[in-house]
Write a protein that binds this ligand. Sequence first.
Ligand code: ZN
Length: 391
Amino acid sequence: MKQQIFERIRSLGQLSRIEVAKDLGVSAGSVTTLTSELLQDGYLEETRSAPRDVTRGRPKVALQVRRSAGYVAGIKISNEAHTAVVVDFAGRPVGEARLSAEQGAGTLEGLLDAAQKIFAMAVADAGLARGDVSAVGVGLPGMVDHASGIWLWSPLLNERRIPIRDLLTERVGLPVQIDNDVNLLTLAELWYGAGRSVSDFAVVTIEQGVGMGLVLGHNLYRGAHGFGMELGHVKVQLDGALCRCGRRGCLEAYIADYALVREAHVALGLVNRPTGASSSVLLESLYDQAKAGNEAARTIFRRAARFLALTLANVVNLFDPPLIILSGERMRYDYLYEDDTLEEAKTMTLDKGRPDTRIEIHAWGDWVWARGAATLALSALTDARLAGEAA
Ligand SMILES: [Zn+2]
């Protein structure tokens, strides 16, 4: 119960004891006892918030997390740029860093070096010493077994089954937790975003690949082995286009960056004159062409949007979530979620009078992923500290 009280206050920022008791259905007496322990241990502090009714005299006393009670770092490893944040005990960012992924790309050593470097940069940016930070969370693309700490499959390296958690722990000298990057984005939504108000929701991301995160009953669902939620490899076509996973007909092969780039070469007339441009540059120019009315470019985006509609409908038909959050870099491209796409998704879901699933678009940048990684570390740290005491 103590942990629940703490999480409630952290999630809402400031709460009075009476509000805590009401929200969690606990007696005022227990709340007073447990919060005084949290105050004594330095996890919470009192604050005088503005009175709701000035004629009633004394300002109300609220509780909030004591921000300096601990710090953790979150790192997102990616194929373009790595990002890192340091957050305080309330989960608020106090330092950040960004590092191009080019250096040391393609090798495990290079990746470990980069993680170590960006961690140090973020800690320095926060004005802290390494000893002030208690734990690190790391978000990785590909297939990650959170429980065993093994990176099963990575789009960045050729090695398989890398014991990355232990390797990173050795490098940074702190306890490390790892998870799939989309799970961590989902965790950020659960803690700080739209997910705070619902017990079940799905997150669908479109970036280099297509990912999905799922929250059931306020908890992240990970599957048994770290291979779940691979929405990008759900088959949408028998014997279809070749996917980077080696199979055919996966959603990613129709909608991910590399799939669009493959078609962009044709649409932009680049087949016989390779430009050497990065996929993001090519996609930007394809998008500009589509907006300017280039029919071939428009068709490529339109087709990707139809596959997205099909995907959303499948998620709704399978899980019936009250909310789907669409996230990721590509959400800047409005074709993906224009009314046509959402309408089309609706025509493929069972209607029979079911209420529409709310679909929200969050075109957040890299930082939210790193913040999700920090959340993983913070959650583990909080559990360890609070569970270590009498419940
Ligand atoms: Zn695939």
